[in-house]
Ligand binder design. Structure first.
Ligand code: ADP
Length: 581
């Protein structure tokens, strides 16, 4: 076998000679310790390898072993509940072997080779099969049925399919492809940088409800949609990520952690496994795949983790599931790109980021979507991607934020200013946006009410008007405001405090169904309408309105149980009518 030789080492970048015949993105094992790396540039007789482990100690003329294969992930039972590093090595297994500090050059299969899974076939051979066809299933955890599919790039005649207990390596059946017979296993491999195929991308049309009022009502994300959330320190980013993981209308959660400091990452490793799935009461890990860059892996590994995560997400999407993927933080990934690009001495773009930053970010988010999956039976799957960004100093002009905002359709602007005021979730209603609201009209009309979006727009108009008025108050004082303007301030306060404020730690408030969100919003606006009428007909004064007792009842509507909704909301409505007669 051909063996290359190291020519130069520059941090995570190793340049070597003698690897002719290798292609871009092929994996190589570098040095005697066989550190894992990926070819990221070829130039003349030089091969540039991004190494995913600490390169200290490597020297000129050390060997480099080509594999002639791209970086792949293993896709099969055992993914769920796992915690992987960026190149899909199981962290718990590595820890068993090497302790907390991962020694280098550990090559471990991603999926457990010993564990047996009960495979239940769903079709009978002999039968013609195509890539993506579901042939059977494995009950992976109490929350996930893992559909076993024909790998996307295979088609032929299924000639044997067994039922029973198998490890991922034991053949479950045989398939004749042209004149060759190949074994089918519970898993297959897929290159991480290659999008998994599907029949057709479908337009967004269904809401990915999250139970978070500010999100669902004002800045909704569609199933298969993309969103960006900046995460200034202390703004409640962790809480909101946990809320999405727990409550978003998805069966599978993929969480990619690219922490900067070691402790950011251990937080995820410690906290995530403690989360409970609210619907089943079981650990959320039973429907989660966690990917974590450990602090002793070099920055380059973050790049791999992003691709590893999204490929696993696509795989569950292909089964017909709604999958959410959260990447935290994509800024760390972009910084890794910047570092490697610098070492490759490429022409830098804005703030030293490579010129291809925008393209890479766009390619990543474009792998999100709602699709008609490959194969039979016909099914739709959705992969929704939420990326957090952490620009230095919270500056939204940062190139990574800008590149992200150019592709994603939702922006939840988490602001530390709101967090200081204890307004949680600290998502700014003035700076956030969602471009999906139009796409969701039909779905929301059907699921909630035909006028849901209209009401949301009315409420938003009040909040925007409030911001304008507050500016006037700041400049020339409150006295200049008309009574109608003062009423706007009151209405906005009700919307902010009684609707937008949502306490993630209170059982009754942590999740609000779309229906209840609608009823709550209706009450806020009904109060405003009635008060305006009464005020304009001189039946009350603005001071009366400020002191109305029903305001307390409105403030408490978030604590109304879902099953008592109808009765309670109609009573509040009556009370509003009474006191503003
Ligand atoms: P970050 O990860 O941005 O540093 P955290 O998510 O840890 O911040 O949030 C900081 C604190 O803010 C939490 O400990 C909690 O007290 C409060 N907080 C954040 N979000 C909420 C929420 N939705 N409801 C109630 N409290 C919240």
């Amino acid at each position: 076998m051909k063996v290359g030789k190291i020519y130069k080492v520059s941090g995570p970048l190793v340049v070597c000679k003698g690897l002719e015949g290798s292609r871009m993105y092929d994996v190589c094992y570098v040095g005697e310790e066989k550190l894992i790396g990926e070819i990221i540039a070829l130039s003349g007789d030089l091969t540039y390898i991004q190494v995913y482990e600490d390169t200290a100690g490597l020297g000129v003329n050390d060997p480099v072993f080509p594999t002639y294969q791209p970086l792949m992930v293993e896709l099969g039972p055992g993914l769920i509940s796992s915690i992987f590093d960026g190149i899909q090595r199981p962290l718990d297994k590595i820890r068993e072997i090497a302790g907390d500090f991962i020694t280098r050059g550990i090559i471990l299969p991603a999926l457990d080779r010993e564990k047996k899974w009960y495979f239940k076939p769903l079709i009978k051979p002999p039968i013609e099969v195509f890539g993506g066809d579901i042939i059977g299933e494995v009950s992976e955890t109490s929350l996930v049925i893992h559909k076993i599919m024909i790998p996307p790039d295979i088609a032929g005649e299924l000639i044997e399919l067994k039922e029973g207990e198998f490890t991922v390596e034991e053949p479950i059946g045989k398939i004749r492809v042209k004149d060759k017979i190949i074994d089918l296993k519970l898993y297959h491999k897929w290159p991480v940088r290659k999008e998994r195929p599907y029949q057709k991308k479908l337009p967004p049309k269904e809401i990915l409800s999250t139970g978070q009022r500010v999100v669902d009502t004002f800045f909704p994300i569609a199933k298969g949609g993309t969103a960006c959330v900046p995460g200034p320190f202390g703004s409640g980013k962790t809480v909101i990520q946990h809320q999405f993981s727990k409550w978003a209308d998805a069966q599978i959660v993929i969480f990619i952690g690219c922490g900067e400091r070691g402790n950011e990452m251990t937080d995820v490793l410690i906290e995530f496994p403690k989360l409970k799935d609210p619907k089943s009461g079981e650990p959320l890990m039973k429907r989660t795949v966690l990917i974590a860059n450990t602090s002793n892996m070099p920055v380059a590994a973050r790049e791999a983790s992003v691709y590893t995560g999204i490929t696993i997400g696509e795989y569950f999407r292909d089964m017909g599931y709604s999958v959410t993927l959260q990447a935290d933080s994509t800024s760390r990934w972009a910084e890794a790109m910047r570092e490697i690009s610098g070492r490759l001495e490429e022409m830098p773009g804005e703030e030293g980021y490579p010129a291809y930053l925008q393209r890479r970010i766009a390619e990543f988010y474009e792998r999100a979507g709602r699709v008609l999956a490959l194969g039979r039976p016909e099914r739709e799957g959705a992969l929704s991607v939420i990326g957090s960004v952490s620009p230095p100093g919270g500056d939204l002009g940062d190139p990574v934020v800008q590149a992200t905002l150019r592709v994603v359709k939702v922006f939840w602007s988490l602001e530390d200013k709101l967090a200081y005021q204890r307004h949680f979730p600290a998502i700014s209603w003035l700076n956030s946006y969602s471009l999906y609201q139009q796409d969701l009209i039909e779905d929301l009309s059907k699921k909630v009410a035909p006028d849901f979006i209209e009401l949301s727009k009315e409420a938003m108009a009040i909040l925007e008007k409030e911001a304008e008025l507050l500016e006037i108050v700041r400049l020339i004082g409150k006295d200049t405001l008309s009574v109608n303007d003062r009423l706007i301030l009151e209405a906005a306060r009700i919307i902010r405090e009684d609707f937008l404020h949502q306490n993630a730690f209170l059982e009754i408030d942590t999740y609000t169904s779309l229906k209840k969100q609608y009823e709550m919003l209706k009450i806020c606006l009904y109060f405003y309408e009635r008060a305006k009428k009464a005020l304009n007909e001189n039946r009350v004064t603005i001071e009366d309105i400020e002191k109305l007792k029903v305001r307390e009842r409105i403030a408490k509507m978030k604590f109304i149980k879902e099953e008592e909704m109808e009765k309670e909301f109609s009573e509040i409505k009556k009370e509003i009518e009474e006191c503003l007669k």
